[in-house]
Design a protein. Structure first.
Length: 177
C-alpha cells in the first residue's frame, strides 16, 4: 500500500513539474523550441495516462480537469494540444469511461470551469480583495472538492495525487520567479 502511495505521489509531482515547465516554455514564445514543447507535451500526456492507468480512481479527476480546461479555453498552445491529445487518446483506447465515474467527472469539470472563471475575475480586476486574491491564486476549489470526495469515499490517494501534482506545479512556478 505504501509503495502505491509513493509511486502515485512521485508520478503526480513529476507531471506537475513538467506541465508547469511546459507552460513556462510556451510563455517564452520561442519558435526554436518547438520540438521541445511537443516532446514535453507528449511526456506529460503519457504521465497523465500512466497515473490513470495505474490508479483508475484518478480518472474522473484528471479527465474532468482536462475537459474543464478545454471547455474554458485554457488549452491554447501546441505543447498542450500534444499533451492532451496523447492523454485523451490513450485513455479512450485503453481505459474508456465507466458509467459509475461520470458523476465525478462532471463535478470536476464544473469545479474546474468555476475555478478558472473566478481566477479570471481577479486577474481582470473585477474583484479587488487582496486576501481573496491570494487565496484564489493557488486555485483551491479543486483541492477542496477532492478533499471532500476523499473524506466521503475514503480514497485519500486521489487527494494526495492532486496535492502532489499541485506541489510540483507550484514549485516550478516559484523557482521561475
Amino acid at each position: 500500500m505504501i509503495n502505491n502511495v509513493i509511486i502515485l505521489i512521485l508520478l503526480a509531482f513529476t507531471t506537475g513539474i513538467i506541465v508547469k515547465y511546459t507552460d513556462d516554455i510556451e510563455d517564452l514564445k520561442k519558435k526554436k523550441q518547438r520540438w521541445l514543447k511537443i516532446c514535453l507535451g507528449f511526456l506529460y500526456g503519457l504521465l497523465l495516462f500512466l497515473v490513470v492507468y495505474l490508479y483508475p480512481f484518478m480518472a474522473p479527476l484528471w479527465v474532468g480537469t482536462v475537459i474543464g480546461m478545454l471547455v474554458y479555453g485554457r488549452i491554447d498552445a501546441l505543447s498542450h494540444y500534444a499533451g492532451i491529445a496523447v492523454f485523451l487518446s490513450l485513455f479512450l483506447i485503453f481505459i474508456g469511461f465507466q458509467l459509475n465515474n461520470l458523476y465525478l467527472l462532471g463535478l470536476f469539470v464544473l469545479v474546474n470551469i468555476g475555478e478558472e472563471y473566478i481566477n479570471d475575475m481577479f486577474d481582470k480586476g473585477k474583484i479587488k480583495n487582496k486576501i481573496l486574491s491570494k487565496i484564489v491564486s493557488v486555485r483551491p476549489l479543486l483541492e477542496i472538492t477532492t478533499f471532500i470526495i476523499a473524506a466521503f469515499t475514503g480514497i485519500w490517494m486521489m487527494w494526495f495525487g492532486l496535492l502532489s501534482f499541485d506541489l510540483g506545479y507550484i514549485l516550478i512556478g516559484r523557482l521561475e520567479k
